[in-house]
Design a protein around this ligand. Structure first.
Ligand SMILES: [Zn+2]
Length: 427
């Protein structure tokens, strides 16, 4: 049944001023009319949904998650200890947690065994209920790099499966093409080595040289895919930005010069402040035990991250919201926390909402989502409080009164529950 939604107030995800009393028509899984209520008529045969007491926003986008890990303490989602079927089921469960919290689209920033692709496609075919996934398959790494799965293993041991290690341009092209074989939506690389940042208190060792990066950017762009990098700063960041990368993840130690180059080139920043937010909140409990050097890194990251985002905003860098859900205490289902962190760093609440809706959709090149506009997927969240007055309400489940994906209620269906906030009748 097509839907006619009466919204008390519409924030459309583009950054435009909120529209009071909006009428949103949904047919099949897309928006077909978005208008002021006095300018639109409700056609016969539409189910009328009364959201006149609510602020309606687009389904949110978390632009950096790992669905393989829950973020729950003790979840070993990042080891290779899970079987592939177990891993795949965990991916679906975690993705659904984010969906129910209002995140109708997730960009997964590296998975294992192409489980992300299997879950994405099953959801897309309608066989499973879950969010829209924007996937990169295997993150491309170097021998001993951030995503080298054999790092730390005894030398005689070997992890089976398709290989994501590339130490030069030829191997880099091979891994991009292998990812393309599975129809990835974008390419993720590792430009700097996390371990050196941790151990040497902020020195950002490059992981990948400029040559393989250039090969990856060329190969990906030939095939219409954007590239983003796990990258904290240092020369690896400079090579990535100057080489023409599309996005930088984390970026805590980016300099003003690097940020200026990003602003000029349109390189997107996804700062994943949630990780450091939970570091600050949870203290040493957020770190794995027995590695005292990590404590210095935790403090340094806290000192740098919000400041970097503030400087990025001043320089005019495009900032999007991604959480790195799966990291310690960054749990699927609580990820609108990132918006609080972005506002703390200096974004306005409206800028934070755009960073997780229309701005993110444009930045990741998934143009069918992120805004309440005719032709886009009908993904919506009904909020019974004002996120422009207090952004934290988006991370409070009691205020998320309904979630709609592709015109179907995921949460708060008024037809299913008399206590749900919206009311529904047929025109
Ligand atoms: Zn990540």
């Amino acid at each position: 049944m097509p839907l006619a939604i009466r919204a008390g107030r519409l924030i459309d995800g583009t950054g435009a001023a909120p529209v009071p009393h909006a009428l949103i028509l949904v047919e099949d899984d897309r928006f077909t009319v978005v208008a002021r209520e006095e300018e639109g008529a409700i056609p016969a045969g539409f189910d009328v949904v009364d959201a006149s007491a609510h602020t309606v926003i687009p389904g949110m986008i978390d632009a950096h998650v790992h669905i393989r890990g829950s973020g729950d303490p003790g979840d070993r989602g990042f080891g290779e200890s899970d079987s592939i079927p177990t891993l795949t089921l965990k991916c679906l469960r975690n993705a659904v947690r984010s969906l129910e919290a209002g995140f109708t689209t997730l960009r997964d920033a590296a998975c294992a065994h192409y489980a992300d692709i299997a879950v994405r496609d099953a959801i897309h075919r309608g066989e499973l209920v879950g969010p829209r996934l924007w996937c990169c398959g295997l993150g491309i790494t170097s021998t001993s790099g951030h995503m080298d799965r054999e790092k730390g293993l005894a030398p005689h041991l070997h992890v089976d499966g398709l290989n994501n290690v590339a130490d030069g341009p030829v191997e880099a092209r091979r891994v991009v093409r292998q990812n393309l074989r599975f129809d990835v939506d974008f390419i993720k690389i590792n430009a700097t080595l996390t371990e050196h940042v941790r151990r040497y208190q902020g020195y950002c060792a490059p992981e990948m040289t400029a040559d393989p990066m250039a090969a990856i950017f060329e190969e990906a762009h030939w095939h219409g895919r954007r590239v983003t990098a796990h990258c904290y700063g240092g020369p690896g960041a400079t090579w990535a930005i100057e080489g023409g990368i599309d996005g930088i993840e984390h970026g805590f130690y980016l300099t003003d010069e690097q940020l200026a180059a990003m602003a000029e080139r349109g390189t997107v920043l996804c700062p994943t402040l949630s990780v450091v937010g939970r570091f600050r909140e949870m203290g040493q409990a957020a770190l794995p035990p027995g590695q005292p050097h990590l404590e210095a890194w935790r403090k340094k990251a806290i000192a740098a991250a919000w400041d970097m985002v503030g400087r990025a905003k001043q320089q005019g860098v495009k900032i999007i919201a991604g959480t790195d859900a799966a990291m310690p205490y960054v749990r699927h289902g609580t990820t609108a926390y990132e918006l609080e962190m972005l506002v703390e760093a200096g974004l306005t609440p409206m800028e934070a909402i755009v960073a997780c809706t229309g701005g993110a959709a444009e930045a990741i090149d998934f143009q069918d989502v992120g805004a309440v506009k005719t032709g886009r997927f009908a993904d919506l969240v009904f909020v019974d409080a004002d996120p422009l007055a207090d952004i934290r309400v988006l991370n409070q489940p009691e205020h998320i009164r309904a979630v709609i994906k592709g015109g179907k209620f995921i949460k708060g269906d008024p037809a299913a529950s008399a206590t749900a906030a919206p009311a529904r009748k047929t025109a």
